[in-house]
Ligand binder design. Sequence first.
Ligand code: PLP
Length: 430
Amino acid sequence: MSAYKFDTQRLRAGYEPAQHNQAVSPPIYATASYDLRDVAHAASLFGIREVGNLYTRVGNPTVNVLEERVAALDGAAGAIALASGMAAITYTLLNIAEGGGRILTSPYLYGGSADSFKKLYPKFGIAFDYAKHILEPAKLAEEIRPDTKAIFVESISNPNTYLLDTDAIAKVAHAHGIPLIVDNTVATPYLYRPFEHGSDVIVYSATKGLNGHGNLIGGLVLESGKFEWSRLPQFNEKYYTLRTLDGEKRSFLERLPDFPFTGRIRFNYLNYFGAALSPFDAYLAIIGIETLSERLAKQSHNAETLANYLVSHPQVEWVRYPTLINDKSHVLYKRDFPNGAGGILSFGFKGTDDEREKFLNAVELIHYHVNIGDARTLIINSPQTTHGELEPGEKLVADIPENLIRISAGLEDPADLIDDLEQAFEAARA
Ligand SMILES: *Cc1c(COP(=O)(O)O)cnc(C)c1O
């Protein structure tokens, strides 16, 4: 299967009809548990000598199809699906920094990430440093401290579409023996494949572009198979549950050498913290991914059309979208994003707060709501909603001006979207 190209893999990877009663579409395995064939089979599963179906919290055949499919699209050595993007981020960061340490991160982050980094992780001994030089990776080394455990960034940032040079950031991370984690939610593997740019772990919210229909919450963690996890003591810790038949304790590196990172998340964090993805939602995600390429291509096209319309509009102060020649990410877009820049764009509304409110209340076709990556076009005033938890100084660092309006372009005819924006601008003037 791995010989097939991207567009074939997104339809076929990780699933063989012959193993599922010849069903062409992956079945939903709605079962909490699985019959154990006999006592020896049970012993083998509980001893994790065999990674098989035991209990849906730690694995399910429908969920496995999703994991293998996304792993194929990103060229991952291992993958695990979880109940949300936030669970994917949390388990990843705990798996690396459990016991305490620091994470060097980008200021350009999803609101939920930024807020949890500030409010929750410090209570678990994990502190975050917001890199001043994330756009100039040559200087990033200065910001790595002795107890920095990883670098965490978003490949395309939400809401202001900063693109990052993850090749250069990965080099800095590796020179210091630490992994680079990339949240690739906005890009999806259709637009950007972080393992080809040196990253070690990818996290996704499958809620957004991967699934693309705004009808589930889900997440994934992927590992490249290249990072030397023996650098972190927890990967060398020996567990009784991973013992050999002779009763010798083993570490995750010894037991699951091909995918120790996601394996450790599965058998420790997913097993005991329990954010399992439901098989039904895994099924929806699998169906969504069948049209990933077409959706992301059209959304990128629609976003570019909207950016070009907005850039010359008298009620628009500025537009951020990487295809625009003056955009701060245009050079990286040209270098690293041959398939497009994705569906997210933002603009600064020119006018009073009152006029901005009128504008948002006047959109009719475009949905006013907080999701992204949906098949429908969505609009939101991020600084007051999705990023409303950021304090004024934090918004400054994150470069989210108060008049920013974010659009997540969907699959409609762009002429209808422009008509809708135009009548909303008119309403704001009235
Ligand atoms: C939405 C989002 C998340 C969180 O994902 P959920 O599935 O909503 O938990 C994480 N990162 C980015 C970039 C997101 O857009």
